[in-house]
Design a protein. Structure first.
Length: 497
């Protein structure tokens, strides 16, 4: 049984200590039972009848044989068609896996795009994560009026007052909001509204006074239901960080009869943008995630999950970007993969930042800061990438999106920073693993051969802050406007295609 230390670079560690995170996204978000079903992908072990054949008539027997023959014939025809389609992939040295392991269900994002073609999962998660952090910072003062356009009246009333903990201490501030995971869980269309359920796993520090004993770190698992009126157009990349009036973007001050003080338009939650209708807390704990221990590696031997539309989408990508190269993209993936493992092993957020969107960077920041807080460091050594397989290609209104499965091996262990002694994992055993990494790039971007150490916007030495802005030209580097950036990592047992 392969095992892995509780956390390697990725941001998917369980808050109950039953699983681990990784630079590749973590094994589970729900403790020892995997949120995506774990071994249930293998079929669950159900039989076709489970009973005796006694009493079966000759006619029933013949009918059963005919059904089996028809099933086998159809299955062979489908397999043959799929095999012929995959053989058309250019560059056979880098061909995709022969058959899909399991066909993923329609994702909430793809369902949302049918309703709104301008919807981008990448942009929405950046917006949701920003709103989540600003909300908790605002409720620390008991005043969320500046975010009134993005919360239901019921939530405004509930959180628009000072929170008191179990010890009757009044909350004075909330600091250090860091999101460990942010995922769209479900899409729900209503008669006039549509809803996206988003899960958050995060931590923050609540301040109750001036003394050192007047602060408390919380680890929270909660789900927010975002709603908006059908027909509303999604935000563009330029507006994703705007949390003012949905009409003009101005800061929302004391509203006059529900109108924006700048443009005079109504500020009604859900009419012009997403708003949070409900919040549900799954858990609120005062202890940190468990970062030491070993858990089984799941899914490494499973066949790769390949989108049935992969070949078609590849051809479309090549039509839009004739300069796109399968080999060059794999080289990019390999380079980013190695850079992130190094940054993770050094607890160095600056090494990670140029390669990640805001959403996944916040997840990695969560875990690196937690390692530092617990005086630990997860080390990755002897890293070898054996193969990179294409799994899925999609395009939304703003981004080309490519998912690959990375086959790699490494020595994965955790040390105590005070004496550098190992506390989990193995410094001698090489462990194989696989993960699905998703990269995004603007549909308007061009393939670039510029030096990776230079800003792709101004050419200066690449030095960006935690907001993803170049220190020289202030261009946003980490939104995929210039080059491919990592937006998501999934473990084998969580990826559905």
């Amino acid at each position: 049984m392969k095992t892995a230390t509780i956390a390697r670079i990725g941001g998917g560690s369980s808050y109950s200590g039953g699983s681990h995170s990784s630079s590749g996204g973590g094994h589970s978000y729900s403790g020892s039972s995997h949120s995506s079903g774990g071994s249930s992908y293998r079929g669950g072990g159900s039989s076709y009848g489970g009973g005796s054949c006694d009493g079966v008539s000759f006619g029933q027997f013949v009918m059963a044989i005919l059904v089996v023959i028809a099933f086998v014939y159809i299955k062979q025809k489908m397999a043959g068609a799929l095999s012929r389609a995959l053989k058309q992939v250019p560059n056979p040295d880098h061909a995709f896996d022969e058959t899909p392991a399991r066909l993923g269900k329609h994702s909430p994002a793809s369902q949302m795009q049918k309703s709104d073609p301008t919807f981008s999962e990448t942009l929405f998660l950046d917006f949701a994560g920003l709103l989540y952090a600003r909300f908790h910072e605002a409720r620390g003062s008991g005043d969320i009026s500046m975010l009134a356009a993005y919360f239901s009246p019921e939530l405004q009333a509930r959180f628009g007052k000072v929170w008191v903990d179990r010890e009757k201490r009044a909350l004075k501030d909330i600091t250090g909001v860091v999101i460990g995971a942010c995922r769209i869980q479900a899409y729900k269309p209503w008669q006039e509204m549509e809803q996206l359920d988003v899960s958050f796993k995060a931590n923050y520090t609540a301040v109750f006074g001036q003394g050192s004993n007047d602060t408390q770190a919380y680890y929270v698992d909660e789900t927010w239901s975002f709603q908006r009126k059908k027909g509303v157009v999604s935000r563009t990349p330029e507006n994703v960080e705007r949390l003012g009036c949905p009409s003009c973007g101005s800061a929302i001050e004391n509203r006059n009869l529900g109108q924006c003080g700048s443009c005079g338009n109504p500020v009604t939650p859900g009419q012009g943008d997403w708003y949070v209708a409900t919040t549900r807390i799954g858990s609120l704990e005062t202890r940190g995630p468990l970062l030491v221990g070993n858990v089984p590696e799941v899914g490494t031997e499973w066949p790769t999950v390949i989108s049935p539309a992969l070949q078609t989408e590849l051809q479309r990508l090549l039509q839009r970007h004739p300069d796109f190269s399968l080999d060059k993209f794999k080289a990019k993936v390999r380079s980013v993969f190695m850079a992130l493992q190094e940054g993770w092993s050094n607890l160095d957020l600056k090494q990670l930042r140029p390669h990640e969107t805001d959403n996944i960077f916040q997840q990695h920041r969560f875990w690196i800061e937690e390692y530092r807080r617990q005086g630990l460091c997860n080390k990755m050594t002897n890293i070898v990438v054996q193969a990179i397989e294409y799994a899925k290609i999609t395009t939304d209104a703003y981004y080309d999106v490519v998912t690959v499965r990375i086959h790699a091996s490494m020595k994965d262990y955790t040390i105590r920073l005070s004496d550098h002694k190992p506390v989990a994992g193995s410094m001698n055993q090489t462990r194989p693993f696989t993960e699905y990494w998703t990269f995004v790039r603007s549909v308007a971007a061009k393939d670039t051969t510029s030096d990776a150490t230079q800003c792709p916007s101004c050419g200066a030495q690449l030095n960006i802050n935690q907001a993803g802005l170049c220190d020289y030209c202030r261009a946003k580097i980490t939104r995929g406007q210039f080059d491919w950036v990592l937006s998501r990592i999934d473990q084998d047992e969580e990826y559905l295609g």
